[in-house]
Design a protein around this ligand. Structure first.
Ligand code: AMP
Length: 308
């Protein structure tokens, strides 16, 4: 059976308002299309939370800082609809650009704090673009639940902040990262990897896993991060954009050390200098995760995982 598609706010409103009047719970899964098993896991989670699932497909020009990257983004509407059909999705919202950014559109949603670091550093306006389109999609669909993947961990945290700050009446549901059997996090960009690069790519996750293990075992944090960076470079990644340990909920760096500091000792509570290991810093490892972005040729990969 074909899933109904709507392309205007009005059509979306007509269908969803009837559902709401009948007392249904709605969940939305915002995507940029080119769907893979990671996206489909969000759809399955949505069906567990709500009785009406809406998937949105919208390649948001405002979150691309590079027009070539935007043009290269695959347009896969038909195959996406086919993948969603068996999952009980009741509506596909594929808005025309003017439904999101009508002529004269001049509002930008900016989330302060951690928008400019990690994936936001060097990609000017990226998270403003994300925050603006997510706000619009949440308001247009008026869903009770919205599913977001932990794969894009910084985006997930920003969306949680946005919903809290703007009192948006929606519950954000975080969904775990779905990986290929060799550990590579699924991504629409993986299709761009040349075979040689595809063979290197699984080292990304493996390196993050061993970094987390070393920190759990009490190794100095700076040394472990530096070793992980060299391991990635030796494995053949073209460059490491960032690799950092940050707090889960607000992505703040570990207090007492700056991500760029070269010193690897700190004074503990007894005034004794010690290495920057988790126990000396009295870190609760479950509150922290490692986040990283790397390049393989022209393809950018991101991943993250909890330290404990
Ligand atoms: P995108 O189409 O890349 O904007 O992603 C749409 C949603 O799917 C976002 O919430 C992503 O975090 C989520 N997502 C993408 N890849 C994965 C994955 N491998 N596992 C879980 N969620 C994912």
């Amino acid at each position: 059976m074909n899933i109904p598609i709507c392309r205007t706010r009005q059509e979306l409103f007509d269908i969803t308002s009837e559902w709401r009047q009948r007392g249904h719970k709605l969940a939305v899964v915002p995507t940029m299309g080119a769907l893979h098993a990671g996206h489909l896991s969000l759809v399955e989670a949505a069906a567990q939370h709500a009785d009406k699932v809406i998937v949105t497909l919208f390649v948001n020009p405002k979150q691309f800082d590079n027009s070539e990257d935007l043009e290269a983004y695959p347009d896969t509407e038909r195959s996406d609809a086919k993948k969603l059909a068996p999952l009980g999705v009741e509506l596909l919202y594929i808005p025309d650009i003017s439904e999101i950014y009508p002529p004269g559109f001049s509002t930008t949603v900016t989330i302060g704090g951690f928008s400019d670091s990690l994936c936001g550093a060097g990609r000017e306006g990226h998270f403003d673009g994300v925050a603006t389109v997510v706000t619009k999609l949440l308001l247009q669909t008026q869903a009770h639940y919205a599913m977001f993947g932990e794969k894009d961990y910084q985006q997930l945290q920003l969306v949680q902040r946005l919903v809290l700050d703007l009192d948006l009446p929606v519950t954000i549901v975080p969904c775990p990262t779905v990986r290929e059997s060799d550990g590579l996090a699924m991504s629409s960009r993986n299709v761009h990897l040349q075979p040689a690069d595809r063979a290197i790519a699984p080292h990304f996750y493996k390196t993050l896993q061993s970094l987390a293990l070393q920190i759990r075992e009490g190794e100095d944090i700076h040394t472990s991060v530096a070793k992980a960076q060299s391991a990635l470079e030796s494995a053949g990644f073209s460059s490491v954009e960032y690799i950092e340990i940050r707090r889960n909920n607000d992505l703040s760096p570990i207090s007492g050390i700056s991500p760029t500091s070269k010193t690897n000792s700190v004074t503990n509570k007894d005034g004794v200098a010690c290495t920057l290991c988790a126990s000396a810093l009295e870190l609760k490892l479950e509150n922290y995760r490692v986040l990283a972005a790397v390049w393989l040729g022209d393809t950018r990969l991101i991943d993250n995982l909890p330290l404990a």
